[in-house]
Design a protein around this ligand. Sequence first.
Ligand SMILES: Cc1cc2nc3c(=O)[nH]c(=O)nc-3n(C[C@H](O)[C@H](O)[C@H](O)COP(=O)(O)OP(=O)(O)OC[C@H]3O[C@@H](n4cnc5c(N)ncnc54)[C@H](O)[C@@H]3O)c2cc1C
Length: 424
Amino acid sequence: MQSPATKDFKVDIFEAAIAFSEIGAGLGLGPNAVRVLKAVGVLDELLKKINPAELRTRGFVYYYGVGEQEKILALDLRIKGSEYIGSVVSPALLFILFLLLTCIRAAYLDALVAVVNPQSAHFNKRCTSIVPSPENPSCLLINFSDGTSHETDVVVGADGVRSTVRGYLLDDGDSRVAFSNTVAYRGLIPYKDLQAVGFKTPVTQDPACIVGPSKHIIIFPIKNAEIINVVAFSARYDIPIGSEELPKGASWVEEVSREAVEKEYEGWGSDVAALIKCMPKKPSKWSIHVVHPPLDSYVKGRVVLIGDAAHAMLPHLGAGAGQGVEDAYVLARLLSHPETHLGNLEAVLDTYTRIRRPRAQMVWDGSRTAGASYDMQGAGSSTLEGFRDELRTGFSPVWHYDIEVDIQRAVDLLRTGGAFTSQP
Ligand SMILES: Cc1cc2nc3c(=O)[nH]c(=O)nc-3n(C[C@H](O)[C@H](O)[C@H](O)COP(=O)(O)OP(=O)(O)OC[C@H]3O[C@@H](n4cnc5c(N)ncnc54)[C@H](O)[C@@H]3O)c2cc1C
C-alpha cells in the first residue's frame, strides 16, 4: 500500500468542538482499517499507545444468554494469507495486519492527531452552510456559526451522522437521518470489579458476544484487560427503520439508571446480571441513528462526504470507523494522484463515489444483518447450525478486501473516461 503523495495543496481542518476529543469507550478496528492505518503511518503511533497484550485478539466467542448461559460458537477471526499486503513486513506486523485491534477511542484519536499539522486545525468552527463563492464562482465558501467563512476548492464533509455538509448534497430537504430502533447501553468496567462479583465468562483475551432474542451484549478487553468495554444492545424489529423518531428535543445520548439496564435483561443468566451490576451507576444510553435511506451519491460538484456523514451504520460489525478510514484513504490517493488537477477535479470526486458507495453500503447492509443475527431475527436463527452459519459470515466481506484494487479501478475508470490521459 502506498502513502498518499504530498501534493501542492493546502488542507485546513475545521472542527466544531474546542479541541479534538473522544468519549470514554472502546473501539474495534478490523484488518481492512488496520492496513490503511499502516499505509498512512498511523499504525506505529497507535501501537505505541496501546498495550501489546491488546494485540492478541484471535477470535470472537458467542454465548446464548437467556436462562443458563451457554457457549455456542468460538469464531477464529484471523485472516490467513498475505495477498492483501503489497510490501514485505515482519511476521509480528503481519500478525497485526490480519487482526481485529481493540483500543480505547482516545488512543486512536491521539494517533491520528499526531500526524496532523497543528497549524491546519481550527477549533470552535461549526459549519452552518456551504455556498458558491460570490467572488470566485468555481470555489466554495464554508460559513461558520461565529460569522466567519473560508473559501476553498473542495469541501470534505467528515462531520458525522448529523452532518451539516450532507445538507448541501440533498435537494429534497430530508436529512436522511433515521432512528435505527436500536439502543446501546455503554460502560467501561474495571476487570477486578467483575472478578469480585464472580463473573465467569472469559473476556480478558478475546471479545465475547452474549446473544438472545432482540438483544445482545458485546464485551471486549482494553488496556491489557484491566478495563472491560461493554455495549449492551436492545432493538425493536417490529418497527421499520425511519418510521418512528425520538420525541422532539430528546437527546440521542442520555444517562439512565442501572436498573433500567437490568430490566432490559431480566431472565438472562447470572453472568449478565453480574456484568450489569458492575456497570457505572448511570450507564449512557445511545439511541443509535443511521443514514437512511442511503444517499445516491457521496458527492455533489466539489463537495464530498466521508465517514458517518456519508453512511452512518449500525455498529454490529465494528466497522463504521473503518469505513471512514477507507473513504479517507481512497479520496486522498485520488486527490494526490499526479494527474489530478482543478480541471478534472469533479470527475475525480465522481469516481470516488462510484468506488466507495457500493462498498460502504454493502457494509451498512451487513451491519444490519449481523445485528439481526445476534438478536436471533435472522433467517437461520431457528436452528443452532443455521444460527452458527450466520454468525460465521458477517466479518469476512468487510475484512477480506484489497483497497489497492479499488484505487486501481478508480484510476482505470478515470483513464477510460478521459479525465486521466497518460498511458499506464
Ligand atoms: C455504540 C457504538 C459502538 C461503535 N463501535 C465501533 C467499533 O467498534 N468500530 C468501528 O469502526 N466503529 C464503531 N462505531 C462507529 C464509529 O463510532 C463511527 O463510525 C465513527 O465515529 C464515525 O467517525 P466520523 O469521523 O465519520 O464521525 P464522528 O466521529 O461523529 O466525528 C464527526 C466530527 O465532526 C465534528 N462536527 C460535527 N458537526 C460539525 C460542523 N457542523 N462543523 C464542524 N465540525 C463538526 C464533530 O465535533 C466531530 O469531531 C460505533 C458506534 C456506536 C454508536
